[in-house]
Structure formats: structure tokens, C-alpha cells
Write a protein that binds this ligand. Sequence first.
Ligand code: NAD
Ligand code: TDX
Length: 363
Amino acid sequence: MAENILITGGAGFIGSNFTRRILKNRPEARVTVLDKLTYAGNLSNLGDLMKKPNFDFEKGGIENAPLVERLFTERDFDTVVNFAAESHVDRSILGPKVFLETNIMGTFTLLEAARGAWLSGSGSIEGKRFIHVSTDEVYGTLGETGYFTEDTPYRPNSPYSASKAASDHLVRAYYHTYGLPVITTNCSNNYGPYQFPEKLIPLMIINALKGEKLPVYGDGANIRDWIYVSDHSAAILAVMNKGQLGEVYNIGGRNEQKNVDIVKLICEIVDKMTSEDPELAREYPFSGRRSELITFVADRAGHDRRYAIDSTKIERELGWQATTDFTHGMEKTVRWYINNRPWWEAVISGEYMKYYEEQYGKR
Ligand code: NAD
Ligand code: TDX
């Protein structure tokens, strides 16, 4: 029988990338995306996929128990991939409540629905999988050396990472208590097409194109381990195919970068692309070098200093590896934002401008 997959948060950045991959990779599968279409969710991220006969879109929240239960009853899912979340650290500092509602109560609601469908009455866990997509931020912060492994203790430092940590703990508990067939992945920072412009890389690309200030928090020396989004999707697919139930897999790019170095790289790429193309130079006029726009601003509260993932386990056990070179991935990403101006102009209107003013206005 063809697989029947529920993807939550599939209209967001990573979820839409994964949905595209799964529909290509498993043309027989029936795919349902459940997404609340918050400010971060956008149906245009799914594009033509919406027209496929084996694809269904449901608008709604993962914390909406009647809706989630109905979907499980009607559709008989065998696989759940849970991307749906409030995902931006700065927003979790401005207003944490919705992070608890979506990330904790939403994950709880999905787990309960899966338990009801798979573990009661005539239900069965045969061929079932609940994959929970999480973050390396649950592990807290690193000093100058060392890496996060699957055994690193949880020490979340922001309301966002605390809410993701709580959801990871619930997923773990449902495996140990009820035998729900779960797998958790903890990935490092993603970048690539369709990322919402509140995050470092798209924000800097768009501001650099427009010739606006590039706000780097603190001293700019915080380090993240960056992975191209399609490498993350490939890792989740490997986990879906070969992951062991009850296990955790760390996913990273083996690519540590300082924030300020990333912003400088974006400036160089934008300078080069605009200087080589007269039409682009007219669209985005700027004299001088865009790195002059870099502005050090007040630091993020509780700003984690360094993240770095040890992805040995998934590399060894599932044969997955990140393959996208960082400079090449960044060039592709900048080119995508240049080619998709209507997409980002639409998403940065309205609500986003209010957020931008609150986040950066006083910095
Ligand atoms: P995103 O903010 O771009 O997308 C989130 C999606 O979830 C949106 O489509 C939004 O509409 C939807 N959503 C939000 N609340 C919902 C709710 N209550 N019910 C249903 N849908 C809801 O996020 P992203 O960057 O694509 O991240 C996806 C997942 O991956 C998240 O769980 C995040 O914690 C995790 N993650 C992200 C990164 C990263 O660097 N972006 C790294 C590691 C893990
Ligand atoms: O304007 C900015 N200036 C700045 O210096 C922004 C938006 C960010 N930063 C810094 C903060 C971080 O050190 O850049 C770094 C990256 O920031 P974000 O893009 O906000 O990502 P981060 O906080 O590291 O979290 C991301 O990675 C892990 C995702 O947003 C999470 O969803 C994911 O779990």
C-alpha cells in the first residue's frame, strides 16, 4: 500500500523543502500538509505541488485536537513529520506564550492523536513512524571547543529552545511510556531559498540588496554551524528510511561560521553580482562596498555563543552527509532572493514591518 504521510508546518521554510523532496522521491505517497499559515507559512512556498493529485493541504493548528484527531481518523497516516513550530528566537524573547502553545501543546496534541490512532483498538504500530524535527539549540551553548552529541545534556537558554526542549522530552516520553514509534532529529542552522527574512541570512541579503543597515548583534563573533536546507531534508529522508525507533540523530553541516564573517560574505556576493549585471545595478543602486553597511547593535538577550554539531552518528549509521559547500550554497541563496523579489516583498509587508520596528527600531 502507498505511504500516507502527514507533514506539519509544510508551508514553512524547511517543511516546504522537505515536502518537495518527498513528492519527488515517493511519487506514490499520499501527502497531507497541515499548517496554520502563521506569518511564517506561505502557500506560495509549495507552488505547483498544490496541484498534485496525491497532495492535500489542511489549514489549521497542530494544537487543535479535534482537527488533528479527525485527520488521523480520516486519513490513516503511517508517517508523521513534525516541522510545525514557532521558530524565531528573537520573537520568543518578545512574546514567549505562542511558543509554548504551538511547540509544546501542539506536539503533545500530535502525539496524543498518533497514540490514539496507532496504539488503541484495532490500531497497530507496524510500519508507523513519528519523526519530530528539532534543533541543536536545546543543548544550550558551547565554549571555544567541543561539539553537541546526542548525549549532550539539555540546557536551553531561550524561550524558543526551552519550548523545543519540552517537545523533545514529550516525544521521548511517548516512546518509553507507550511505545509510540518516534524518532527525533536535532539540526543546526539552516539557510537557503524560502527562508523567512527575519532570520540572519535572508535579512542580511535583502538589506544588502536594498542598501540598508546590516544589524549584527553584539561583537558578531557568535558561531553557528550552517547547513543548506536541502541537505537537512535529505537527512530527514534518511531517518525516515533507515532511522531506528526511539533514537535521536544530530544533523549538522560541519560548517562553523562567525556571524560577522557570514555578513561580509553576503556583502561580497551581492557586490559582485550587482557589479557584473547592469540591470541588477540599476535595480539595486549602491556606491561603495556593502560591508560598510555593517552596524554592530545591542546584543540578543541570553545570546548563545557557539553551536557545533557532531553528526558522526547519522553519517555512520545512516550513510548521510551534508554535501553543499558554504560559499556555493550562499551564492545560490543570494541568487534565489534576487530572482524572487515578489516573494520577499509580499512576506515583508504588514505584520513583519511592525516586528522589524520593535526588534531593530531602538537598537
Ligand atoms: P518556519 O518558521 O519557516 O516555518 C514554520 C511553519 O510552521 C510555518 O509554515 C507556520 O505557518 C507553521 N506553523 C506555526 N505554528 C503552527 C501551528 N500551531 N500549527 C500548524 N502549523 C504551524 O520554520 P523552519 O525554519 O522551517 O523550521 C521548521 C522546523 O525545523 C521547526 O520545528 C524548527 O524548530 C526546526 N529547526 C529549524 C532550524 C532552522 O535553522 N530554521 C534548525 C533546526 C531545526
Ligand atoms: O539581525 C540579526 N543579527 C544577528 O546578529 C539576526 C536576525 C541574527 N543575528 C545573529 C543571532 C545568531 O547568533 O545571527 C545568528 C543567527 O540568528 P538566527 O538566524 O536568528 O538563528 P538562531 O537564533 O541561531 O536560530 C536558528 O537556528 C536554529 C533558527 O532560527 C532556529 O529555528 C533553529 O532552531
